[in-house]
Design a protein around this ligand. Structure first.
Ligand code: HEM
Length: 208
């Protein structure tokens, strides 16, 4: 019979893995798909039709997106509540990593609220209330300035959380052992954060 400490170890590993696959991979796919908005309404609507026409869609959505996200989000709250907020990694220095680690937890909590709001306005409206979610709907819904502000915050948090998560993941799974490797990964995660944020905000402003 496994002890609570062993369970905690495996749950923590599962939480870490889920952040990359499937959730991180889904985030990249979500950006890529929504980037069709930069090609105009027709291209975006074709992408939406493709998504909605996918076989086994409910199974894929629950099994690869909502299930893992719920587990990662709820267990993430437990990790945050545990008060473990300091990181022993090197890279850009202890102070940078402590702040970065703390931000990982703060952005996680903001994401829990933001993703619920985003899913309510897009998926729940479509599945339970018959709303056709296409380019016109998204453009209307994202038009108010406050909505743009909410989305900018949400996109920046998702990009930061994922990008810094790559650093944490590599550290935790022993992929970056030397100080040099951790330094390189620190810069790589900052580049991922900047690139994904630019793409995400460009997509947001493509709905007009
Ligand atoms: C867009 C959705 C999300 C993505 C792509 C994502 C991705 C990741 C990744 C890649 C990691 C690094 C894994 C590691 O530390 O080894 C991570 C860590 C973490 N995530 Fe998420 N996450 C998301 C949403 C959330 C939410 C909603 C919460 C809720 C609080 C959360 C809480 C956490 C926490 C606390 C950690 C740090 C875990 C630790 O240090 O052991 N995440 N996430």
């Amino acid at each position: 019979m496994a002890t609570p400490a062993v369970w905690q170890f495996y749950l923590r590993r599962l939480h870490s893995l889920a952040g990359i696959f499937p959730i991180g991979v889904f985030l990249l796919e979500h950006f890529f798909g929504n980037a069709f908005a930069t090609r105009g309404p027709e291209a975006y609507n074709r992408y939406v039709e493709f998504l909605l026409g996918m076989p086994y869609l409910p199974v894929l959505e629950i099994g690869l997106v909502f299930g893992p996200l719920l587990f990662h989000g709820i267990y993430g709250l437990f990790i945050t509540a545990g008060g473990d907020a300091f990181h022993p990694a090197q890279g850009l220095g202890a102070r940078y990593h402590n702040v970065a680690y703390l931000l990982q937890r703060i952005t996680g909590i903001i994401l829990l609220v933001y993703i619920s709001y985003h899913v309510w306005n897009t998926r729940v409206q479509a599945v339970f209330f018959g709303q056709h979610v296409d380019y016109a709907y998204m453009a209307r819904y994202l038009a108010p300035t406050y909505e743009k502000a909410v989305y900018i915050v949400g996109i920046l948090c998702a990009c930061y959380h994922f990008a810094h998560g790559l650093f944490n993941f590599a550290y935790k799974w022993g992929l970056t052992v030397s100080a040099k490797a951790q330094q390189a990964m620190t810069y790589a995660s900052l580049v991922v954060f900047a690139a994904m944020s630019a793409v995400g905000i460009h997509i947001l402003f493509s709905f007009k």
